[in-house]
Design a protein around this ligand. Structure first.
Ligand SMILES: Cc1cc2nc3c(=O)[nH]c(=O)nc-3n(C[C@H](O)[C@H](O)[C@H](O)COP(=O)(O)O)c2cc1C
Length: 377
């Protein structure tokens, strides 16, 4: 293991900054063991809850591809089409807490040097639900996990006090984080939904509750496309569909924008970036915006379920990048983390051919003189 790859994130030591996110690649003991063998420094388990879930009939996740000649986006497999996104309406783990606990213990025993983070989720509407968060947190940490990730972001929960419905309510973000922090002896990360207007509001609420890091993005709310021949949604059960989540390449720029909002608002806090990462180039964007770790789902699902080639590409990319910047004296990700965070500014601060002609969208006042104050970011 090369030391230049290692990072310390919220006090947890990772052999490299690359993790598998909470999703099918981390839904079982065998997958997680295979992931660690392949070289992932950490995994976030598929979200564990107290109420058993039952998934829909048929496919829980599909991939959309786009054809270069006409930009047709569809789940239909066809030659020459490139990956556009993943779409899913899978719920949290369908395994119980009791199923998970001995497995968490065994995984940690087999790979004590790798980081095992438990993703957990309960409701938030009453004290009983807050106690459920505490029970999940307590039991998982007693089983030996290194950290907890609170799922405030699942986009397809019916319950008004669960999943992304928590992440859309700054009050609930604070209350739940605080409840977990009361019992937590390990770092607590909050995974936020990108489906809010100003994500730094919910990030601030989590930090007020004591969060050690923010994780983003979960999938973006979305619908599958309607087949032009059958007029049916490309994924449906008895003709019906409900809102699901978009992941993969299509969400990379969207997720970067959400992340930048937060890293700019809280430059000294810890962030883990997710969304559309398949190799080091995409991971680099998140790191340059200030993320200390990144997580991968869609690319890993498409690569033997746990991404053995993806992690090798990420590691090789990081090594090559550091080598290329050896003359700059860069020896690890702390040397370039956040380097481009301050390059995102307001429109008015961007150079234009004639600054005197641009008034930030305002009417030209008589005797108008460009206001320097509003030009600064
Ligand atoms: C089929 C599927 C199931 C998922 N389940 C969970 C989950 O249980 N908990 C969670 O926090 N995120 C879940 N996610 C979201 C991913 O962890 C990740 O945030 C998202 O897919 C964006 O990353 P990507 O672009 O690398 O796919 C799931 C994603 C997919 C595709």
């Amino acid at each position: 293991m090369s030391t230049h790859r290692s990072v310390s994130f919220t006090g947890i030591r990772f052999e490299n900054p690359f993790l598998l996110s909470s999703a099918p690649p981390t839904e079982s003991e065998s997958n997680i063991l295979r992931a660690f063998e392949a070289g992932w420094a950490g995994v976030v388990t598929k979200t564990i809850g107290l109420h058993p879930v039952v998934n829909v009939v048929g496919a829980k996740a599909k991939f959309m591809r786009t054809s270069p000649e006409d930009a047709y986006v569809s789940m239909k497999k066809r030659p020459g089409a490139a990956l556009h996104s993943s779409w899913n309406w899978e719920l949290i783990s369908d395994k119980t807490l009791d199923w998970w606990l001995p497995r968490l213990r065994r995984i940690k025993e087999a790979f004590p040097e790798r980081a095992l983070i438990a993703s957990i989720m309960a409701g938030s509407g009453n004290d009983k639900e807050l106690k459920n968060w505490q029970r999940l947190a307590g039991d998982c940490q007693d089983a030996g996990v290194d950290g907890l990730e609170l799922n405030f972001s699942c986009p397809h929960m019916d319950r008004r006090d669960m999943g992304s419905n928590i992440g859309k309510d700054q009050g609930l973000c604070s209350v739940v984080t605080e409840a977990v922090k009361e019992v937590a002896r390990v770092p607590v990360w909050c995974k936020l939904t990108p489906a809010t207007a100003d994500i730094e509001v919910e990030a601030a609420a989590c930090f007020r509750g004591g969060a050690d890091a923010i994780v983003s993005s979960n999938t973006f709310p979305s619908l599958p496309l309607i087949d032009p021949d059958t007029l049916e949604f490309e994924i449906n059960v008895d003709g019906l569909v409900s809102s699901g989540g978009l992941g993969g390449p299509a969400i990379l720029p969207l997720s970067l924008a959400k992340m930048a909002q937060m890293t700019q608002a809280f430059p000294d806090r810890s962030f883990s970036g997710i969304g559309g990462i398949a190799d080091f180039r995409q991971a680099l964007s998140y790191i340059l915006l200030g993320c200390g770790t990144v997580q991968v789902c869609t690319a890993a699902m498409l690569d033997q379920a746990v991404g053995p080639n993806v992690i090798q590409r990420l590691l090789a990319g990081l090594d090559a990048f550091l080598e290329a910047h050896a003359a700059d004296g860069w020896t690890g990700i702390e040397d370039f983390r956040g380097l481009r965070r301050d390059r995102i500014v307001s429109q008015s601060a961007i150079r234009r051919p004639d600054a005197a002609d641009y008034h930030s969208g305002y009417e030209v006042a008589e005797g108008y003189a460009p206001q320097q104050a509003s030009m600064s970011p």
